[in-house]
Ligand binder design. Structure first.
Ligand SMILES: NC(=O)c1ccc[n+]([C@@H]2O[C@H](COP(=O)([O-])OP(=O)(O)OC[C@H]3O[C@@H](n4cnc5c(N)ncnc54)[C@H](O)[C@@H]3O)[C@@H](O)[C@H]2O)c1
Length: 349
């Protein structure tokens, strides 16, 4: 049994507390909750039978007072670093919501902090675990369509008024699409290609009618390290033709056919000689996304074998985000590895 302190128990933290960890009591015991708001603490305490002495408004105080094996961080992006720092100071392993952090510098500091402390840290990339994306990836990995030429990804949601993207912070922050959204899709492109992004180029912008202060739309192209390519369309202001969360569009163009998934989550393979596409079977009985991530993380703790989205890997997904931001700023294509190496060399923990 592993003991967990959840930091950030409302919003997305509520999903972890009430859905995922509530279903995993035989493997994980929630021993404490941290939130700056009382309501998520009270609701989480009820769900997990916690006493007031197990509820905190500050992570350091919780980590001082309670014995735990790991913390699960689900606070807003700009609060991740201070919570990771507290966890490292207390020798706790970390399972953290994406993105690693809201800046390149903070992301690199986090990576260096946990690595120099020798602590496991995994970043949540839940979209990798949906049955349709597992099926999509398996077609590519099986090699039945030959080599990959390129990938296309589309995320398009309507966050025009009166709809909004969760809490207001996403409408006020810089680079809302890239930092809060595209990190999922960039990570998926790496996951599908089985390769990293070498170079990225493109544009981000705010349509005149958008209810966003930072770039909420973007078009980017990428060169991958295996010689394949990728393109990405991201929009928070789409009206009518949506590929919103869990309904994203992906297409892989390969040597002898193409794999496609659209908003209906049906995975199809197209081949030149077949009039009709083949529908790809999806795994049944696969664990729910969050549970799959926790199970992998528990294996990481038990064996020392890092989860697929451990920090050393996930820095390459968030690196794509900051490279895209740098590309917006400079108008130049950005090499992701070089940017990360420069940042690591220049940043003190
Ligand atoms: N993987 C996914 O699909 C997914 C979905 C939504 C959000 N997220 C991520 O989850 C994180 C949280 O996003 P959200 O939408 O839940 O935000 P939110 O603002 O709705 O909820 C954040 C929670 O953290 C609490 N909090 C804020 N500062 C805190 C602090 N210093 N210490 C303790 N608690 C604090 C807030 O009171 C709130 O309960 C973000 O990193 C976001 O990117 C991931």
């Amino acid at each position: 049994m592993r003991r967990c302190i959840v930091v950030g128990a409302g919003g997305r933290g509520g999903y972890w507390v009430h859905r995922v960890l509530a279903e995993m009591r035989n493997q994980v015991q929630v021993v404490g909750l941290v939130d700056i708001e009382p309501e998520p603490l009270q609701q989480g305490a009820q769900a997990h039978g916690l006493a007031p002495s197990q509820l905190f408004s500050d992570a350091n105080q919780a980590f001082d007072a309670l014995e735990a094996d790991f913390c699960l961080i689900a606070t807003p992006p700009w609060v991740h670093e201070q919570n990771v720092r507290a966890a490292v100071a207390h020798g706790l392993a970390i399972l953290s919501e994406k993105p690693v952090a809201d800046t390149l510098e903070a992301s690199v500091r986090i990576k260096k902090m946990v690595e120099s402390a020798g602590l496991p840290m995994t970043v949540v990339q839940n979209y990798r675990y949906s049955p349709y994306m597992l099926a999509f990836r398996d077609v590519l990995r099986s090699g039945e369509l030959g080599r990959l030429s390129y990938l296309v990804a589309r995320f398009a949601a309507c966050y025009n008024p009166p709809r909004s993207w969760g809490k207001r912070f996403r409408h006020e922050m810089d680079h809302a699409l890239l930092i809060e959204g595209s990190v999922h899709h960039f990570d998926m492109l790496r996951n599908l290609a089985g390769a990293d992004c070498e170079e990225i180029f493109g544009y981000g912008w705010i349509p005149q009618w958008a209810d966003f202060k930072g770039d909420c739309n973007g078009l980017y192209v990428m060169k991958m390290t295996d010689g394949s390519h990728a393109s990405y369309e991201g929009s928070c202001t789409t009206e009518g033709y949506e590929n919103s969360w869990h309904r994203e569009y992906y297409r892989a163009e390969c040597e002898t056919g193409a794999v496609v998934v659209d908003a209906d989550n049906v995975v199809k393979v197209y081949r030149i000689d077949n009039e009709e596409p083949t529908i790809v079977e999806q795994p049944t009985g696969a664990p729910e996304e969050g549970q799959a991530i926790v199970m992998e993380f528990l294996d990481y703790l038990a064996t020392g074998e890092p989860s697929p989205t451990a920090i050393a890997d996930n820095i390459k997904s968030i690196g794509m985000v900051f490279a895209a931001i740098e590309c917006d700023r400079t108008g130049q294509p950005i090499k992701v590895r070089e940017m990360l190496d420069d940042a690591e060399a220049g940043i003190e923990v």
